[in-house]
Design a protein around this ligand. Sequence first.
Ligand code: NAD
Length: 431
Amino acid sequence: MIQELLDKVKNNKFTLGVLGLGRVGLPFAATFAHHGIKVLGADINKSHIEKILSGKAPFKDVHLEDFIKETVSNKNLIPTTDTSMVIKNSDIIVITVGTPINNSLQPDYSQLISVLDEIAKQDIKNKLVVMRSTSSPGTLEGLVRNTLEKKTGLVEGKDFLLAACPERIVEGKATIELYEVPEMIGGIQEGTNNIVEALFKKLDSKKEVIRVKPEEAELAKLFTNVYRYVNFALANEFAMIANEYGLDAHRVIDAANFKYKRGPIPKPGLVGGPCLTKDGYFMSHGMTHSDFILLAWKINEHLPYYIVNQMKKEMANLNLDINKSKIGILGLTFKSGSDNLIHSPSKKIVDIVGAFNDKIKVHDPYIPDTYALGETLDGSDVVILATNHPEFKDLEDKIEKSRCKLLVDCWGMLDPSKFEKVKYIGFGRVV
Ligand SMILES: NC(=O)c1ccc[n+]([C@@H]2O[C@H](COP(=O)([O-])OP(=O)(O)OC[C@H]3O[C@@H](n4cnc5c(N)ncnc54)[C@H](O)[C@@H]3O)[C@@H](O)[C@H]2O)c1
């Protein structure tokens, strides 16, 4: 079975099935289709599929719309809501459904379970199923293998194959990073790794891979994200410590990083999003010693409150009524250049401010139906720069000329020296 599937991949005589055409699955499917692979992609969201069929990308990713236009029209990519058709007709099935956390901060595998049920309804003999979604260590060899073996009566390694190969792209650049980011491949059978490696070499023969156990791949993915998350939390703690010393954290971090080989220390700022916010909970799922991750979570989740409290103090100094002043918020999405609102700390700022003030205007160039920039600036006594979108660089002059009296820069991205009329406060900044 392994050799047969490997030959099919090497000779381009295989069909790739992708289950879940979201921010991971769609760029994945479109990128492989762009390389001439026959790709069948399924999603249960009908309007999403209609959009893709019309040649449009449902969200931002660098080359995504171009790849969709090309591959939907040449039929290398067939997007559909018919999950069973995709499973039936694919040699390799890649699972890319969402794995969020629920209200109790536990992994929510409902999408994964529903897709496993669909897979188990079909004959998966001689097929390879690759788990690309983020999961707690042990999910492939536990939930995935157990469900498929129990429901199909088939045996992994004898009748079908399984591998973990978690996605590590940065959201919005998947169509670039799929070529660049090394793959961590964890097939249950050693030979399965050859197939997964051959698959990724279709994108670039120089694509780097490392072979590990399935659980190691799952945990390494979580280490990747949690390491970043904790580092961002530490940078935020550094900013608060620098503030206590009356020092500008940006200048201190620049000095610490200057031509220094070990590092760099990241700059402080709001942290959130669909991956970083939740992956710590996947890592510590079932563990009793997750204090470090929880501490990082507490710092990052507390930051929007910290910044709003700083704003309130400054408003009091300027005799601005916190309930009645008009407040403009620049940015709603979770990070620079993104159109994703999931676990967005900027949205959290809007909610916190909205609890005591109903005169808020929000502008985000990536979110339709928000206010225009000019309208937001001209109509506001206080402006909060919440998301560090590139469009907000060099806004000093416009803000200085607006009616704004107080600017709250959550990223310290604007130049305080360019404000005379406007009072500037920035997270990590001392003016
Ligand atoms: N977004 C990122 O940047 C990123 C990066 C690395 C890893 N990940 C991980 O990749 C996985 C997918 O994330 P995402 O951001 O693409 O999620 P997403 O919510 O954007 O996409 C998931 C898609 O799966 C579809 N779906 C749900 N159940 C289905 C079913 N039974 N059959 C077919 N389709 C179904 C949904 O309709 C949705 O379109 C998650 O585990 C996530 O943690 C995400």
